[in-house]
Design a protein around this ligand. Structure first.
Ligand SMILES: C[S@@+](CC[C@H](N)C(=O)[O-])C[C@H]1O[C@@H](n2cnc3c(N)ncnc32)[C@H](O)[C@@H]1O
Length: 499
């Protein structure tokens, strides 16, 4: 007799996931996972769980559960009513199940009434990836990093070079406390409600220790992990890595000149607020302000800089020279406006001119030399990364790279990603729409730094595949993972072309 939920714990243990890790990835709670594993819950939840686990239903995608049932019924020559009677459920329930809706218990009853078996299997994405690497030196895999990595054997990679989501959003201290408390209990924090400034569905949170634990497991002892981070959230990323067992060795500063400050002038904001209040009042809210020179109320709120050209005429009167009109403001708003000048030029952030690359390492087993001999990992490839100055000197690489003036350029390595580079080798009609593409030269330097030729490199957050391109150019092998189909396709084309 088939019991669908029964098979979930086996699949989960193959994926090395706890109930709460699975729950966090499927955006449900751990009790719901328990309910499904006990044969309860809804089809929608079961499908979400199977999707996270990367399981197939008799070789089909879990979202096709409903059509699987319909085909099985039609194959047995039964009507919906007939199946309903045999299974002891109603006909509308059968109709719902065939549309992928309803309860797992009813679905199980219908499957048993049909007298067929339903098998959930795991497709080993790692097996396909390893075969592709053998043939092409690289493989790209679509899926959640933690779930895909759970299929790989221990110690498979020499290094991990990656650019994970930065999770750039607001972090009030209560939120930070909750995140840290959740991580310390070895649970995943639910980042699903966080929106990042990129407004991308993958950038609302930071990778959790549970994902980094998988990376730690598949890395060789002494294997380096390089992860890009924003200065504002590098602390959380670093903590997440530490909690997963990594040691933090250093931080590389990557200097960039094209970042834009995302902040507004406080004096200007203050004027805008006063004038918005004024407009509201002119439109009859509380007569706080009178429109002195008649005519229609002016919609200042629509103007980007509503008080351009404004100046104080009397204590509480503002003259808008651009509009030949003036307003008398309430005492409070008038004094606020007077204060605005004091705050001109005050903003809440600096221009972002560097990003961080966290340098972490899976701890050595024993002494450095023994670890290197046994696992072929644990060192930085300094000579392969020396900076070649125009003066002929090959300088020791430092933890500072970037786009700097010519007078200092001889000391530092300074790569840039151009749009030509981003789109290179993409088929006609496809453009690299990824918002955070890194320069190939920079990634080559990082790959060289932490590996030797022939090494196996991992990027669990591959995006459009720049780490993979770097690996091909430096004669390393590469496996990249990304949750988004479109990025995986882009990465495949780019890496293949550069190879
Ligand atoms: C900052 S981007 C990497 C960009 C890359 N450096 C490039 O040059 O194109 C991070 C990527 O991680 C992916 N991602 C986020 N969370 C993921 C997860 N849990 N599993 C797999 N990929 C994930 C996103 O889809 C995104 O493409």
């Amino acid at each position: 007799m088939t019991k669908l939920g029964d098979q979930v714990p086996t699949l989960r243990s193959h994926r090395r996931m706890t109930q709460s890790e699975l729950a966090a990835h499927a955006a449900i709670d751990a009790d719901t996972v328990s309910a499904v594993e006990a044969g309860g819950g809804t089809i929608t939840v079961l499908v979400a769980i199977l999707t996270v686990l990367g399981a197939k239903v008799d070789g089909h995608d879990p979202t096709e559960l409903g059509s699987w049932l319909r085909n099985a019924r039609v194959g047995k020559g039964l009507s919906q009513q007939c199946l309903a009677t045999k299974a002891g459920i109603s006909k509308p329930t059968v109709i719902g199940l065939e549309r992928g809706r309803g309860h797992v218990a009813s679905f199980t009853a219908a499957v048993n009434a049909l007298g067929v078996d339903i098998r959930l299997d795991l497709t080993l994405r790692s097996a396909t990836a390893l075969r592709d690497v053998e043939r092409d030196k690289f493989a790209v895999v679509q899926g959640d990093a933690q779930s895909v990595l759970s299929e790989f054997p221990d110690h498979h990679f020499h290094a991990c070079v990656c650019d994970p989501p930065y999770g750039l959003t607001e972090y009030p201290s209560e939120l930070v406390n909750q995140i840290v408390a959740t991580w310390v209990k070895e649970h995943d924090f639910d980042f699903s409600r966080q929106r990042s400034y990129l407004n991308a569905d993958w950038d609302g949170g930071l990778p959790q220790p549970s994902t980094w634990r998988q990376v730690h497991r598949v890395l060789r002892p002494g294997g380096y992990l390089l992860a890009f981070a924003a200065p504002r959230t590098a602390d959380l990323l670093t903590l997440s890595l530490r909690l997963a067992g990594f040691e933090i060795r250093d931080q590389i500063a990557w200097i960039t000149t094209n970042g834009m400050p995302r902040t507004q002038d406080v004096g200007r904001m203050l004027r805008r607020r006063v004038m918005r209040a004024a407009v509201k009042d002119v439109q009859g809210v509380d007569h706080d302000v009178q429109h002195r020179h008649g005519g229609e109320p002016v919609n200042l709120a629509r103007r980007r800089y509503p008080v351009a050209g404004a100046r104080m005429r009397s204590k509480y009167t503002v003259h808008l020279s651009a509009m030949h009109s003036s307003f008398t403001l309430s005492r409070d708003n008038g004094s606020l406006l007077a204060t605005a000048a004091e705050w001109d030029g005050h903003r809440a952030a600096l221009k972002p001119a560097h990003q961080v690359v966290v340098v972490a390492r899976r701890p050595l087993e024993g002494l450095l030399l023994d670890n290197v001999m046994k696992f072929g990992a644990g060192t930085l490839n300094v000579d392969a990364c020396r900076v070649h100055g125009e003066d002929g000197l090959h300088r020791y690489p430092s933890n500072f790279v970037g786009d700097i003036g010519p007078e200092f350029a001889k000391h530092f390595f300074a790569p840039r990603a151009t749009s030509r580079e981003k789109d290179r080798y993409l088929p006609t009609g496809m453009i690299n729409s990824h918002p955070t593409v890194k320069p190939v030269e920079l990634m080559r330097w990082l790959v060289r730094l932490v590996t030797t030729p022939g090494a196996m490199v991992l990027d669990p957050f591959m995006g459009s595949g720049t780490t993979g391109i770097a690996c091909m150019s430096e004669n390393r092998q590469f496996i990249g993972i990304d949750m988004k189909d479109e990025y995986v396709e882009m990465a495949r084309c780019r890496i293949h072309g550069w190879r």
